[in-house]
Design a protein around this ligand. Structure first.
Ligand code: NDP
Length: 261
């Protein structure tokens, strides 16, 4: 039996202007959710809003940077004033960088941690008062397979996603008394604009050919997990294999990774 019904639920989705966030916002709207869509590119958000409205859904756009406290506050105000509260917070906005650690500008790790980790933490903090009043509330943190196993030339990104995992596991236990569920989603290679938007690309490993999944498939798996009240999902077969192999023999995975440096 489903733990929660999306119909009538009120959500905020960060990073909704493209990729996985956009697809999650659409899937929530398709299932009857009301969605505050947040990202920096307002024109993209307006197109998404039209699409949601054409499906008969309710939405509101908040243009802003997730690292900006005022923009985060605007999301909460939008959920409260337009939908009367908040039930689901989807912390999805994220950026990456590809390249060796040794020659990376120190700003690279700072920016990645700001967007992928600190903003997610502060968004969660700002949402708590509303979520505590919500109906079957849930926090959904979009992490990555790289939050379960680090890979070469992605050190800052992997560190930010490991931080998301640690934070999520801790608050999941803390928030049980408040009735707030915490779901961590660990996508693998997904066909989005992510790799075009990396803040720096200085050459990465040449991985064996592997097929990307669609943002829609990740979104459908995520919304299914929200309904079920799952704690963690890995919507990528090879990701599951990597995590399992790493659990069984981290030494072997280290050896395999070293072949791609
Ligand atoms: P996209 O680049 O398509 O989407 C990223 C979204 O984040 C955009 O909507 C972008 O909007 C938003 N965003 C980025 N920086 C900020 C910011 N400072 N403030 C507000 N919004 C921001 O990539 P994906 O859809 O693939 O990425 C979504 C999540 O999935 C990320 O957390 C990523 O780490 C994770 N992920 C992706 C994988 C993949 O292979 N694609 C694999 C594993 C995890 P805008 O530029 O308009 O602000």
């Amino acid at each position: 039996m489903a733990r929660r019904d999306i119909q009538g639920s009120r959500a905020i989705v960060t990073g909704a202007s493209s990729g996985i966030g956009r697809a999650i916002a659409l899937e929530l709207a398709r299932q009857g959710g009301k969605v505050v869509c947040m990202a920096r590119r307002e024109d993209r958000l307006q197109v998404l809003a039209q699409e949601i409205e054409s499906l008969g859904g309710s939405t509101l756009c908040v243009a802003g940077d997730v690292t900006d406290a005022a923009a985060r506050a605007r999301c909460m105000e939008a959920a409260q004033s337009h939908f009367g509260g908040l039930d689901i917070l989807v912390n999805n906005a994220g950026v990456g960088a590809i390249g060796p650690f040794e020659t990376a500008d120190p700003q690279r790790v700072r920016r990645i941690m700001e967007v992928n980790f600190f903003a997610l933490v502060e968004m969660t903090r700002s949402a708590l008062p509303l979520l505590k009043q919500g109906r079957r509330p849930m926090i959904v943190n979009i992490s990555s397979i790289l939050g379960r196993r680090g890979v070469p030339y992605n050190s800052e990104y992997a560190a930010s996603k490991f931080a998301v995992h640690g934070f999520s596991e801790s608050i999941r236990a803390e928030f049980v008394t408040a009735g707030i569920d915490v779901l961590v989603v660990s996508p693998g290679t997904t066909d989005t604009e992510f790799f075009d938007q990396v803040i720096e690309s200085k050459g990465g490993p040449k991985w064996p050919e592997h097929k990307a999944v669609t943002a829609e498939a990740v979104a459908q798996a995520t919304v299914r997990a929200i309904r079920r009240g799952s704690h963690e999902i890995t919507p990528y077969l090879w990701g599951k294999v990597l995590v399992l192999l790493n659990r069984l023999s981290p030494w072997l995975v280290d050896k395999l990774m070293a072949r791609y440096v």
